[in-house]
Write a protein of this length. Structure first.
Lengths: 407, 420
C-alpha cells in the first residue's frame, strides 16, 4: 500500500471517527478555536500597535540626523546629568559644519522656544521654531496653504511665519490665515503659509507650532540659543558614513580632544525605534505567552481526547493490525485525526477572528494579513500533530494479540 | 429534622467526594491531562496578576514619598499621563512663591507642620577626599518639610527657623550619601562642596530604602532660602507640604488649606483653584484609575486559557459519563436519586478543577514573583487573587460539569443497565 492511499484511507477513517462522536469533536475543536482566536487577535493587535507607533514617529525622518547638545537616550541618570554640562551648539559651529559636510543634502539649524501667539482675541502658547528655508527639506513638513519662506526671507530675516495646522485652525476658525498679521510675544509676524496636519506624538500635538526665520527668532526671543541641527543626508544608504563624517566634523569644530567622549549627541529615528522595539518586544512576548497558554490548554484537550479515542478503539486497531496494517499506517491514521480536528479549529478560528479584527481596526491600524492567517493555520496543524503524537504512538505500538483480546 | 437533613447532605458530599477521588485515581493519565489544563489556566491568571501586583505595589509605595496625613500643594498636577483638556490654562497659572508659602504657613491653624520644598540641582558632591557620582539631588526645605516627608534624624540636628531666615550654608545628608562620603566617620560639622559652594553638614537622615525609581537616600537638603538665592527665584514654583494634626482633622485641614491659599493667591470666588492638591491616597487612586483598563484587559486575556480548560473538562466528563453508564445504571437501580448522580459528577468536576487550581495558584505566585526577584522588588502574595482563582476554579467545574452530570442523571436506568 503506498503512502498516498494510506493518507486517503487515514483521512476517511478519521472523518468518520470525527462524525461518530459529534459532541466530543465539537468540544475538542472549540478548545482549539479559543486558543487560535486569542493568539491571532493578540498577534494582530501587537502588529497594529507597532505600525501605529512607526507611523507616529514618521515625522522624525529615517534619513535625517539630529545633532544636539544632548543624546535622546542617555541610558542613566548620571549620563543625563553629565550632559547638562555640555557646551551649547552655536550658530557658527552649524555654519562651519554645513560647509564641511559632503554627504549632507540639507542642514537646518533649529532653535526652539515656547511663546504666546495671538490673533485679535484668540491666543495660545505654542512651540516657536526658528530655522532656515532648509527646514522644509530636513523636517519633511509639507505646506498646505501659501508657501514656506525662501532663502532671501530667511537670510533677510523678514517677519514671516508659517503656522502648524492646529494653530491656524484655532486662531483663524472661519477665515484663511494667509496674509494675516499675528503677534508672537507682542511682535507682529505675517502668516505666509500653513502646514499640512502632522498628528500626535506621545500625546503632544505636532501641529501646535509656528516656524519663523532664524534671524527673527534671534532678535525676538533668544540671541544665542542652544541649537539643534537637522542634517538630511544625500541617500539613506550612506547613513552610517554620514554619521561618522558628521561625528568627526563636529568633534573637530568643537575641539574635542582625541581621547575624550563626544560632547554632543547625534540622534536618529533608529534610536527611538529600537527603544520602542525593546519595550514592545517585552509586551508582545508576555501577550503571546499568555494567549499561547490557552492554545496549549486546547492542545492538552486534544491529547486527552485522542488517548480516550485510542483506548476505545483498541479492538479496531487490533483488527487492522491483524489483517496487515503497519505501525506507520496506524500512527498516520491517528495523527491525521488530531491534525484535521485542529485544522478545522484553525479555520473556524480565523472565521471568528476576522470580524473581530474589523472591530479592532476602529482603534488601531490592524489588519489580518495573509501571513497571520497562514501562521494561524500552521500553528493549529502543528498543535494537532504534536498533541496527537503520543496517543497515536501508543496506538501504533499496541500488540495486536493483546488489542484483539481487549474487551 | 433540619439537623438530620444537614448530616444527610454532609454524608452525600463526603461520599461523592470519595467517589470522585477514586474516579480521578482510576484514570491517572486522563485526570493528569485534565488537571494540567486547569493548572495552566489558573497559572496564567495568577502569574499575570501577581506580576502586576508586584509592579503596582512598588509604584504605589514610592509614588509620593509623603508621610501619613500629609498632602502636597503644587502649581501643576503631580502625575499626568497625557495633556488633559485645559492644559493651556494650567500652564499659565502663577508660580507658588516663597512669600505665598510663608503667608500660608502663618495662616494655617489646623496643620501640625507645614513645609516648603523645591529641588534645585543634581550633580557631584565633593569633600576634601572624595567625590560622588554626579547623581546626587539637592533639595531645598524648611523645618516643617521633615515630618511631612517622613524624614527622621539619624544624627546631628534638623533645619531650624534661623537657618531659613539667615539662608545659611548648611546641609543635611541622606543616609547613603553620608556613608558614601564619610564611611564610618560622623559627618556632622564637616565641610563639603556642592556645585562649587561650601556647606557645613549639620545632620544625617535615617535611610528610606530604594526602589525602581532609584536610591531614595542619595540627596542633600539645604535651607530653601539658601537654594533660592543661589539657583534663582523667578521661574520657580515651590511645593507646599502640609501635615494635618490627626486623622480626624485631615479633611478640615485640606479644606482650610484651599481657602487660605485661594485668599493668598487672590482667586475670585466661583473660579477653580489655580493649584493642585495631592496626597498619597489621591495619587494612588489616580494611578489606579489610569491603569484600570490595563488591569481589566490583563484579567480578561489571562482567563481565556481557563475557558479552554473548562471546555476540556466538559469533554472528558462526557467521556467519563459514557464509560460509566453501567455504574450509573446500577446506582440508580439500587436507589440513588437523580440528585445523587448529579452531585457525584459535579463533585468530580470540582475535584479535578481544584486539584489543578491549587497547583496552578502556587506556580502562578512563584512565577509572578520571579519579576520581583529579577527587578529586585518586594515579593507579594495576592491573597485576593488566590481566593478569586480558587473560586473561579470551582465555578468552572460547576459550569462545565453540569451538562455531563445532567446527562448522567437523566440516563434511563434500564437502558443503562443494558448498556455494553
Amino acid at each position: 500500500m503506498n503512502f498516498v492511499t494510506e493518507l486517503r484511507e487515514g483521512l476517511s477513517i478519521s472523518w468518520s471517527a470525527i462524525r461518530a462522536n459529534k459532541l466530543r469533536s465539537v468540544l475538542t475543536t472549540l478548545g482549539i478555536v479559543i486558543g487560535i482566536v486569542t493568539v491571532t487577535l493578540m498577534g494582530t493587535a501587537i502588529e497594529g500597535l507597532n505600525s501605529a507607533f512607526v507611523k507616529s514617529i514618521s515625522f522624525i525622518g529615517a534619513d535625517v540626523l539630529y545633532v544636539q547638545r544632548v543624546d535622546w537616550f542617555p541610558g542613566s541618570e548620571k549620563g543625563w546629568i553629565d550632559m547638562q554640562k555640555r557646551r551649547d551648539i552655536s550658530l557658527d559651529q552649524v555654519r562651519q559644519m554645513e560647509k564641511e559636510m559632503t554627504l549632507a543634502r540639507a542642514v537646518a539649524p533649529v532653535a526652539i522656544s515656547r511663546e504666546l501667539i495671538k490673533y485679535e482675541k484668540r491666543s495660545a502658547t505654542v512651540m516657536i521654531i526658528g530655522s532656515t528655508e532648509e527646514y522644509l527639506t530636513t523636517s519633511g513638513v509639507s505646506v498646505m496653504q501659501g508657501r514656506f519662506f525662501n532663502e532671501s526671507d530667511s537670510i533677510g530675516g523678514r517677519p514671516f511665519c508659517v503656522l502648524g495646522s492646529e494653530v491656524a485652525t484655532n486662531l483663524f476658525p472661519r477665515e484663511s490665515a494667509i496674509g494675516k498679521k499675528v503677534r508672537i510675544d507682542q511682535r507682529p509676524f505675517e502668516v505666509i503659509g500653513v502646514l499640512e496636519k502632522q498628528g500626535n506624538f506621545m500625546g503632544d500635538s505636532l501641529d501646535a507650532q509656528a516656524i519663523i526665520p532664524l534671524p527673527q527668532f534671534n532678535a525676538a526671543f533668544l540671541d544665542r540659543p542652544d541649537y539643534q541641527v537637522q542634517v538630511k543626508i544625500k541617500s539613506i544608504a550612506d547613513l552610517d558614513n554620514a554619521k561618522e563624517e558628521l561625528r568627526s566634523v563636529m568633534r573637530r569644530i568643537r575641539r574635542v580632544a582625541p581621547a575624550d567622549p563626544d560632547d554632543f549627541g547625534i540622534n536618529q529615528q533608529d534610536q527611538v525605534l529600537s527603544i520602542f522595539h525593546r519595550v514592545a518586544g517585552t509586551i508582545a512576548a508576555v501577550g503571546l505567552f499568555i494567549t499561547g497558554l490557552s492554545l496549549f490548554v486546547g492542545g492538552i484537550g486534544i491529547m486527552n481526547i485522542m488517548f480516550v479515542s485510542v483506548a476505545e478503539r483498541t479492538r479496531e486497531i487490533g483488527i487492522r493490525k491483524a489483517i496487515g496494517a503497519k505501525r506507520r499506517t496506524i500512527l498516520l491514521q491517528f495523527l491525521i485525526e488530531a491534525a484535521s480536528i485542529c485544522l478545522m479549529g484553525g479555520a473556524i478560528a480565523i472565521g471568528i477572528a476576522w470580524p473581530l479584527t474589523l472591530v479592532m481596526k476602529k482603534f488601531l491600524p490592524a489588519s489580518m494579513s495573509l501571513t497571520v492567517v497562514s501562521i494561524a493555520l500552521l500553528v493549529s496543524l502543528v498543535t494537532g500533530v504534536v498533541s496527537g503524537f503520543f496517543p497515536a504512538w501508543r496506538a501504533a505500538r499496541m500488540n495486536p494479540v493483546d488489542a484483539l483480546r481487549n474487551e | 429534622m433540619r439537623f438530620r437533613k444537614l448530616t444527610f447532605l454532609a454524608a452525600e458530599i463526603r461520599e461523592s467526594f470519595f467517589m470522585a477521588m477514586n474516579a480521578v485515581a482510576a484514570h491517572k493519565l486522563r485526570s493528569a491531562l485534565t488537571l494540567l489544563g486547569v493548572l495552566v489556566g489558573v497559572f496564567s491568571i495568577i502569574v499575570i496578576m501577581t506580576a502586576m501586583r508586584v509592579l503596582q505595589s512598588d509604584v504605589e509605595k514610592n509614588i509620593a514619598g509623603l508621610g501619613s496625613q500629609t498632602f502636597l500643594i503644587r502649581k501643576t498636577p503631580a502625575i499626568s499621563f497625557s495633556r488633559p483638556e485645559g492644559w493651556e490654562k494650567v500652564r499659565r497659572r502663577k508660580n507658588i512663591t516663597l512669600q505665598q508659602g510663608m503667608r500660608f504657613e502663618e495662616k494655617m491653624t489646623l496643620a501640625r507642620s507645614i513645609g516648603l520644598q523645591s529641588s534645585f540641582w543634581a550633580g557631584a558632591i565633593e569633600t576634601a577626599h572624595k567625590k560622588t557620582a554626579p547623581d546626587v539631588r539637592l533639595v531645598g526645605a524648611t523645618p516643617g518639610s521633615f515630618p511631612a516627608r517622613n524624614w527622621t534624624l539619624h544624627e546631628g540636628r534638623l533645619l531650624l527657623d534661623v537657618d531659613i531666615d539667615g539662608a545659611r550654608d548648611i546641609c543635611l545628608l541622606g543616609n547613603d550619601l553620608a556613608t558614601n562620603l564619610y564611611n564610618n566617620v560622623s559627618p556632622v560639622g564637616e565641610r563639603l562642596k556642592i556645585d562649587g559652594i561650601n556647606y557645613t553638614v549639620v545632620g544625617v537622615l535615617e535611610p528610606n530604602g530604594s526602589s525602581t525609581r532609584g536610591n531614595q537616600d542619595n540627596f542633600a537638603v539645604i535651607p530653601i532660602t539658601t537654594g533660592m538665592s543661589r539657583y534663582g527665584r523667578n521661574w520657580r514654583s515651590l511645593e507646599i507640604l502640609v501635615q494635618a494634626a490627626d486623622e480626624a482633622n485631615y479633611d478640615a485641614c485640606v479644606e482650610q488649606a484651599q481657602g487660605v491659599l485661594r485668599a493668598i493667591r487672590k482667586v475670585p470666588p466661583g473660579q477653580d483653584n489655580d493649584f493642585e492638591i495631592a496626597s498619597n491616597d489621591s495619587m494612588i487612586a489616580q494611578f489606579q484609575s489610569f491603569t484600570l483598563a490595563v488591569r481589566i484587559g490583563a484579567a480578561v486575556i489571562s482567563s481565556i486559557a481557563l475557558l479552554a480548560a473548562g471546555v476540556g473538562i466538559m469533554n472528558i466528563m462526557l467521556v467519563s459519563v459514557t464509560e460509566r453508564t453501567r455504574e450509573i445504571g446500577i446506582r440508580r437501580a439500587i436507589g440513588a436519586k437523580k440528585r445523587n448522580i448529579m452531585a457525584q459528577f459535579i463533585m468530580e468536576a470540582i475535584v479535578l478543577c481544584e486539584l489543578g487550581g491549587v497547583v496552578g495558584v502556587v506556580l502562578g505566585i512563584l512565577g509572578g514573583n520571579a519579576t520581583a526577584y529579577f527587578l529586585k522588588l518586594t515579593p507579594v502574595i495576592p491573597v485576593d487573587w488566590i481566593v478569586i482563582g480558587l473560586v473561579i476554579c470551582s465555578i468552572v467545574g460547576i459550569v462545565f460539569g453540569t451538562y455531563p452530570a445532567w446527562k448522567a442523571a437523566n440516563l434511563d436506568p434500564i437502558e443503562s443497565l443494558r448498556y455494553e
